[in-house]
Design a protein. Structure first.
Length: 303
């Protein structure tokens, strides 16, 4: 039996998403709307069209062929796309002679994903494996669990990158296939978490505690370090206190804010967030996260 899901892309030869060389399966869909998100094309579960405006010559062919009529082309005003309504047919992309149109998302079966993963099995002999990321893998729980199960049966190492913002009933069936997990802890204050991500963090923290209590999965906590958002020492003091009560934390990884997703925001026609915030220096990060560095027996690293 194979289960259908919606994939954003599959990347190979990653060395930053788990141990060894990883094949990373990025899925579409995420319940959070983090204002610093570097992959806005992963947030919606729906197909989306991106326009590389530097290449577009405003010929209008994509608009003419779009069956849903969500693309508008005006030589005076430029090109615009309604983000809701794309059916993923790809006609706009295929007709564009400038390669200016991108379709974000493709439907794949879990068997098709496994077929892609096993193309890299030579790397898995040396400690690599598959990482399911997003978006949010828990947005497509049956699809994610089936990929994990089939990878387990093939002897491929498995992990996921997740916010853990989901019902426990969706997370629990995956854990038997997950020796490790990467879980984002973005902001400790619940109101600030809601302000910057759109959701409260109580469910996330409770799920981390439940996974930790089971004792079968090693957790790496990932923290996006965003200047003027979550870079206060008090935030990291609260985080250190939370982590102190856990037993199966293998590491805390600090992810410095970057601006690699800026072009994708422009492709989607979305206002670029935090236009005035610059990536932080390692020295600034080291000072602010000192409460985490004081923790015993937990490795803290800055990516």
């Amino acid at each position: 039996m194979s289960i259908m899901g919606r994939v954003l892309r599959i990347e190979r030869s990653s060395n930053k998403d788990g141990s060894g060389i990883r094949t990373v399966v990025f899925l579409k869909g995420c319940p959070l709307r983090c204002q610093w998100c570097s992959t806005p094309e992963s947030q919606s579960l729906q197909y989306e069209i991106g326009i590389l405006r530097s290449r577009c010559i405003l010929c209008g062919k994509c608009a003419e062929l779009c069956p849903e009529k969500i693309i508008r082309c005006d030589t005076g005003k430029g090109i615009s796309v309604n983000r809701i309504g794309c059916n993923g047919c790809g006609k706009c992309r295929d007709v564009c002679g400038q390669n200016a149109v991108k379709i974000y998302g493709q439907d794949m079966s879990s068997d098709e994903v496994i077929e892609e993963i096993t193309k890299d099995d030579i790397f898995f002999l040396y400690g690599g494996g598959v990482t399911i990321s997003g978006g949010e893998p828990l947005c497509q729980p049956e699809f994610t669990t089936d990929i994990l199960r089939k990878s387990f049966e093939l002897g491929i190492d498995r992990t996921i990158e997740t916010s853990c913002y989901a019902a426990w009933e969706l997370i629990m069936p995956m854990l038997v296939y997950l020796p490790t997990m990467f879980i984002d802890v973005k902001i400790m204050d619940p109101e600030m978490h809601r302000r910057y991500t759109g959701v409260d963090n109580s469910l996330i923290l409770e799920n981390i505690k439940k996974i930790d209590r089971l004792g079968k999965t090693k957790i790496t906590i990932r923290v996006p370090f965003v200047p003027s958002v979550n870079d206060s020492i008090s935030n990291f003091e609260q985080m250190a206190k939370f982590v102190t009560g856990l037993k199966n934390i293998s590491a805390i990884e600090i992810l410095p804010y970057h601006r690699l997703g800026v072009e994708t925001y422009k492709n989607l026609g979305i206002e670029v967030p935090f236009p005035d915030i610059l990536p932080p220096s390692k020295r600034d990060i080291s000072v602010k996260i000192q409460p985490l560095n004081d923790l015993k027996d937990i490795t803290v690293r800055i990516s």
